[in-house]
Design a binder for this molecule. Structure first.
Ligand code: PM9
Length: 459
């Protein structure tokens, strides 16, 4: 795969104009945004690589699907289309729509977690861990050590380390572990996949100990692509088949459909157990909406059902991941320190290596993201100590070993030329990196602080 040529399997029918701003404009904008790229106005951004969430380009079929919205309060036909598509492509028998991934995480955590429980997972994700903690659980990271090492070339950095998992089991007992939460293509590790072999072993482990297997399937298609390319025995299987096989190994799933499935808003909680579904129906009406729309409009459910079918097409995913690899290789070949192997949805700059003069408590990745914006108008996101937040008991900062800036590629949005411009911007910043200064909090929100925090530059 690394050497094959990729090209977009679509042509462009409509465009959205973007504008380049001056450096003076951008200095003003980032100051007003408190050095937080989340607080910039989108119209002040040239190339927006903040996230791949809700920012993909829908296809003509998805847009046509919007016109087929059945906006009945109850029993919309788009709900049934979505439900059947989820079962056909992802294997899960039941599904409640949610407004987005964290809506599903909230319901899942409230149903399954009791005060004092532990939830093991293959690295934390911000919203996922927060909902686990709010429901009374402690998250325990059981990912392999290589995932915390930006330079490790392990092909499946999303794998679970069974020594860590069994150590937790021995310490707290199966009764205190309501489920394991396994993400495909682990976001915070750099978009790194988990292998099918590891997933199969986890299934056996869950059966042995009577523990539920929950799947954060936000980027399952990208994970399936890496299994196809890297794992023995999968070369001749389609991404669609591999996606189904992954889901079929698990009991339930949370989905932020804003990523893989290329819709602007939406998600769901899916499961195989009928009793669990009944409980989810009971809570979805409290937090999201009726169980047949769960916070989504009928038209959005239609676009999602169609997006799911497009997301597992081999040529789509090959070009999508191909574009990310293209940017990553360009940067790596020019000597920029990035997370290896290059991930599925983003290229992650190693801010700790790029800015060795800024200690982690002065937020090097946050400072790098702000500087990249000022340099070029390219918007990226901090994924380091700011995102990691504070320990829920001690109140101390979590100190992740990965201090990263994420250049996240939206699906079907930007061209190869945009990737070239982005690479040039990062290289130009590399040349001036010793001038970048650290930051301190001006305002620190209590929860999910990275979204709304404000920072000032250290003198
Ligand atoms: N991920 C991302 O940019 C959205 C904003 S950052 C919190 O990567 C996983 C693996 C995600 C994810 C969101 C969610 C939550 C759950 N799991 O944003 O609520 O990457 O739809 O999904 C973001 P929602």
């Amino acid at each position: 795969m690394e050497t094959q040529i990729w090209a977009e399997p679509y042509k462009i029918k409509m465009v959205e104009l973007i504008k380049m701003t001056s450096k003076a404009d951008r200095i003003k904008a980032i100051q007003e945004a408190g050095n937080n790229t989340f607080l910039l106005r989108s119209e002040d951004v040239y190339i927006d690589l903040l996230t791949d969430s809700g920012v993909g380009a829908m296809s003509d079929r998805q847009w046509a699907g919007l016109m087929m919205g059945d906006e009945a309060y109850a029993g919309s036909r788009n709900f049934y289309h979505l439900r059947d598509t989820v079962e056909e492509y992802y294997s899960y028998r039941y599904m409640v729509p949610c407004h987005q991934g964290r809506g599903a995480e909230n319901i899942l955590s409230k149903i399954l977690i009791s005060e004092g429980d532990y939830v093991p997972g293959n690295m934390y994700f911000t919203t996922t861990r927060l909902h686990q903690e709010l429901a009374g659980a402690t998250f325990v990271d059981v990912i392999i050590d290589e995932a915390h090492d930006a330079s490790s070339e392990h092909p499946f950095k999303g794998n679970v380390d069974f020594d860590k998992l069994n150590a937790l089991l021995d310490e707290v007992g199966a009764d205190k572990i309501p489920y394991i939460c396994i993400a495909t293509c682990v976001n915070m590790a750099g978009g790194q996949p988990i292998s099918m072999e590891n997933l199969k072993q986890l299934r056996q482990w869950c059966d042995l100990h009577g523990i539920m297997f929950v799947h954060d399937m936000t980027r399952v298609a990208e994970n399936a692509h890496f299994i196809q390319q890297r794992e023995e025995g999968y070369r001749d299987k389609s991404v669609r088949e591999i996606v189904y096989e992954i889901c079929d190994l698990t009991d339930a799933a949370t989905m932020s459909a804003k990523k893989d499935a290329m819709v602007n808003i939406g998600g769901f909680l899916a499961m195989n157990d009928e009793k669990f579904y009944e409980k989810a129906c009971g809570l979805v009406v409290v937090y999201e909406g009726l169980h047949t729309y769960g916070g989504m409009a009928g038209r959005d459910m239609e676009a999602l059902a169609i997006g799911i079918t497009e997301s597992v097409q081999d040529d789509h995913i090959f070009a999508r991941v191909g574009q990310v690899q293209y940017l990553g290789r360009k940067l790596r070949d020019a000597g920029v320190p990035i997370v290896n192997p290059i991930g599925g949805h983003a290229v992650f700059l190693d801010a700790a290596k790029m800015l060795p003069h800024i200690p982690q408590e002065h937020f090097p990745a946050q400072a790098l993201a702000a500087a990249l914006y000022v340099e070029s108008g390219v918007r990226s996101m901090e994924r380091g100590i700011v995102s990691a937040g504070r320990d829920k008991i001690t109140g101390e900062n979590h100190k992740p070993s990965l201090e990263l800036v994420r250049l996240t590629i939206p699906r079907r949005v930007y061209t190869q030329a945009h990737m070239d411009v982005t690479a040039a911007a990062v290289l130009s910043l590399m040349a001036q990196r010793d001038q970048i200064r650290g930051l301190r909090f001006e305002y620190e929100p209590e929860m999910l602080r990275f979204f709304q925090a404000r920072f000032e530059k250290l003198v």
